[in-house]
Design a protein. Structure first.
Length: 40
């Protein structure tokens, strides 16, 4: 199975979030929709 490591930078406060996932599109949607506690 393929996994991705990603780094997101908040436009709001410039904080960086590092994570990994096997489904990059799904994970990005979760971050953008507020479903991830650390990026709310």
């Amino acid at each position: 199975m393929t996994y991705f490591v990603y780094i997101l930078t908040s436009l709001k406060d410039s904080k960086r979030y590092i994570g990994m996932t096997s489904d990059l599109n799904r994970r990005l949607k979760e971050h953008n929709s507020g479903k991830v506690k650390s990026t709310k």
